[in-house]
Design a protein around this ligand. Structure first.
Ligand code: FES
Length: 154
């Protein structure tokens, strides 16, 4: 995490003095982008750097589902299964994925290619059903679209 401190210092310059703790979420996101997840040593580093209590960091980590404490597969498949997506076929997509990948939500394939998750709403209800693959949205997803998409993910 120490190699990211120059970036954090750049962010810190935008804040009024004494508000370092507001950098917690941006710092956690940047650490995750760099490592793929947030390790215990990263938390230790942020406690020291930002001067926030460890419990505050743990609270943030447990609140935001997008922040991870463990490594995941190369492709993170997040199926929205809230109302709009469920009404438009999300459960079928989820069944297809669990069947094809042989894993349940929250699991990673043994070859570490795919991690499957369910999420509550991706904020794109008008284009349901929605699947997020890493940072990309795939909307109005049909079974055929899913087949084609999985073919492209190596
Ligand atoms: S319910 Fe799926 S994006 Fe909102």
């Amino acid at each position: 995490m120490k190699h990211l401190i120059p970036e954090f210092e750049h962010l810190k310059k935008r804040l009024p003095p004494g508000h370092d703790a507001t950098l917690l979420v941006p710092c956690l996101r940047r650490v995750q982008e760099d490592r793929g997840f947030i390790a215990d040593s990263d938390i230790d580093g942020l406690v020291e750097y930002l001067g926030v209590p460890r419990i505050q960091i743990e609270e943030v980590l447990s609140f935001y589902g997008m922040l991870r404490r463990a490594p995941i597969g190369r492709w993170h498949l997040q199926v929205c299964h809230n109302v709009s997506c469920s009404m438009r076929g999300a459960e079928r997509l989820l069944d297809d994925l669990t069947g094809r990948l042989g894993i349940q939500p929250g699991e990673t394939t043994p070859d570490r290619r795919f991690t499957l998750s369910t999420v509550e709403c991706l904020g794109s209800c008008g284009t349901a059903p929605v699947l997020m693959v890493n940072e990309a949205y795939h909307e109005n997803l049909s079974a055929a679209d899913l087949d084609a998409l999985l073919e492209r993910l190596d």
